[in-house]
Design a protein. Structure first.
Lengths: 412, 225
């Protein structure tokens, strides 16, 4: 019956209760949507990075990570590729030969990474072929084709079919020059990537460097799902334990390669949660105020309840339940609204192309798809209950301090 | 048999510039089945005496016995429990819970006592029948007149099967017809069910119908008829 009274008391002053319920709902909607928006941006950045180039796991010669020299290659890459492809959770894997270099045009020059790839294999681990905005993705078998980013094309002022001159250090340690024909220009959500990464056929790069065509200094692995990264990484580390032990190979996951991505993602979630908590703390003052008003309007009634024998625990419980019901009503509406808005915008996306250039320069997409795990709805729901419990203490203490003899005769 | 006994009961309020003796050495004994009115001018100590008898306030000195139990021997928690099980209260302003129906208002105190649902239901109906409100059981207080609300309050006071009922100015907010009706009901309950009523009043129409009049002035009992 105390539950029933508490619930009915919530609706005693409908307007006042609706105002605080609306405040809670909108506060939660704002907080959760911000969380989903920020999380969506961070997740997209991770997913884009993984799908476009980083992939989930990479294998290198550990020395290559210290010094990007062509001598630091991976031994028996084809054998390793077979083992990797046979591993559960691996969607695709490919071999790459990568060399730092200099790209030049008639106007200027800039530092780049030349990625020697197998174009047909590459599209199984990277979606770079879907990012072509001009030209094509290695359609012909002609030699010395290059795929460059829009940012680099703009910087060098070159177009499709233009000649791209690259300078690299060859296997002998000498400088080699190569001329590539731009066959396609791509554009990702990461402008720094677009400026740095140039794709060429692996055999063309091998020839330019002066190494055997089978030479590889990177194996990239794409998984069926990102949450398998840790387990597959451990499996590969176990498969190549001997070579890892002898420092011939190193297995790294995307968060080892780009720890800042993981850190940014975690920070985004943490800051967003702090923002949600600040909203809840602010709302708790509104709830306390509403409940204090409700208590002060019912001094006589509370005095009567104390006089007829309602003990302090039950009185406290009644006020606590009233606060919890009020908050949970707002919480349920707020969470539901958030769910609906996040579902809608998560499917349709939010177009931020008006500030797209700035976002791209930080590696974010200009089209954001808000998303959060259902776990956060549960967590925030629990936080609403905690807020309600916290907000109920002051009004309940106030009520418990009433003297029943005076309270029953209190003039409202 | 004495159901209520006060011995040298004093209540002094120190808050004012001059200490106020709200009750001054009150020695009173009320028997089972009495219909007693505490009368006197405003501020004479009627409500204070009722509060002391009901355990809502503690005396500065002296003692209150209910049957042979000394109320000052109870802790605060025990006193709340004692009130719940032994004393019925009726207040001047009815003090019903507005969000509950008449039935639920009466039932609530039995719920606090832990009475089972079947007994609660039958007792609520019996009591609301006795106070003439069987057909308005499901009405909320806002839909009832002042007299009807006070009759619900009387039913609520009796719902816990108390040893006695304390009523503080129960007719003060009622018109003459409602006052007569309420007194008829209280007297009938007193006669038929031997329920002890102790109430304060300054209404002469009520005084005339009381079986015992205890007159107070300046906190002292000046007559007991």
């Amino acid at each position: 019956m105390i539950f029933s009274i508490a619930w009915k008391n919530v609706w005693r002053n409908k307007l006042r209760s609706l105002i605080i319920i609306l405040s809670i709902s909108l506060g939660l909607l704002g907080g959760i949507f911000y969380l989903a928006f920020a999380n969506g941006m961070a997740q997209q950045q991770i997913n884009t990075s993984i799908k476009t180039f980083i992939t989930n796991i990479k294998l290198h010669n550990p020395n290559y990570l210290i010094n990007h020299e062509i001598i630091y290659t991976i031994a028996n890459p084809e054998e390793k590729l077979k083992i990797i492809k046979a591993t559960d959770g691996v969607k695709a894997s490919t071999l790459r030969l990568i060399s730092p270099g200099m790209a030049s045009s008639a106007i200027t020059g800039t530092g780049i990474f030349l990625n020697g790839i197998y174009p047909k294999e590459e599209i199984n681990v990277s979606d770079i072929n879907t990012k072509i905005i001009k030209g094509s993705y290695f359609e012909s078998e002609l030699k010395n084709q290059a795929l460059i980013g829009e940012k680099l094309a703009n910087k060098l002022n070159i177009k499709v079919k233009s000649k791209l001159v690259v300078t690299i250090q060859n296997a002998a340690g000498d400088i080699s020059y190569g001329a590539f024909r731009v066959v396609g220009i791509y554009k990702t959500d990461h402008s720094a990537f677009d400026q740095l990464q140039v794709f060429v056929r692996k055999k063309d790069l091998s020839k330019l460097i002066g190494v055997d065509e089978s030479t590889v200094n990177e194996i990239s692995v794409l998984l069926t799902h990102n949450n398998l990264t840790k387990s597959v990484k451990e499996k590969l580390k176990s498969d190549f334990a001997d070579e890892i032990e002898s420092e011939q190979v190193i297995v790294r996951s995307w968060d080892d390669i780009q720890p800042i991505l993981k850190m940014l993602n975690e920070m985004t979630i943490q800051f967003s949660m702090i923002f949600v908590i600040i909203i809840l703390v602010a709302l708790s003052f509104g709830i306390i105020n509403t409940m204090l008003m409700a208590i002060m309007e019912r001094v006589r009634e509370i005095g009567m309840l104390m006089a007829i024998g309602m003990n302090k625990l039950k009185l406290f419980l009644m006020i606590l339940l009233e606060t919890v019901f009020l908050s949970i009503t707002g919480g349920v509406i707020g969470l539901s609204l958030s769910f609906i808005v996040i579902e809608i915008t998560g499917n349709s996306g939010i177009d931020l192309s008006i500030v797209g250039e700035g976002l791209n320069s930080m590696g974010y997409s200009s089209f954001v798809y808000p998303e959060i795990d259902n776990y956060y709805y549960l967590l925030i729901g629990l936080l609403v209950v905690v807020t309600a419990l916290f907000a109920s203490v002051l009004p309940a203490r106030k009520a418990l301090k009433f003297n029943p003899a005076e309270a029953v005769r209190h003039d409202v | 048999m004495s159901i209520i006994r006060t011995v040298g009961l004093n209540k002094i309020y120190d808050g004012a510039a001059v200490p106020v003796h709200a009750t001054n050495d009150v020695n009173l004994s009320i028997e089972v089945g009495e219909f007693t009115a505490l009368v006197g001018p405003s501020g004479c100590g009627k409500t204070t005496l009722l509060n002391l008898i009901g355990g809502l306030d503690t005396p500065t000195s002296g003692e209150v016995f209910v049957e042979n139990t000394n109320l000052s021997s109870f802790s605060g928690k025990e006193l709340i429990d004692f009130r719940l099980k032994n004393i019925g209260f009726v207040f001047q302003a009815y003090n019903l819970i507005p969000v509950l129906s008449a039935r639920e208002n009466v039932e609530f105190i039995m719920h606090l006592q832990g009475t089972d649902k079947v007994e609660r239901k039958s007792r609520v109906e019996e009591l609301l029948l006795k106070v003439g409100l069987k057909d308005k059981m499901d009405q909320r207080p806002s839909a009832l007149s002042g007299g009807e609300q006070q009759r619900v309050a009387v039913a609520r006071a009796l719902a816990s099967k108390p040893k006695f009922v304390l009523a503080d100015e129960p007719t003060a907010n009622l018109d003459s017809a409602a006052t007569k009706n309420l007194l008829d009901i209280m007297l009938k309950l007193n006669e038929d069910d031997n329920i002890t009523f102790v109430f304060s009043t300054h209404d002469s129409r009520v005084m005339k119908r009381a079986r015992r009049l205890v007159t107070l002035d300046d906190g002292k009992v000046i007559s007991d008829e």
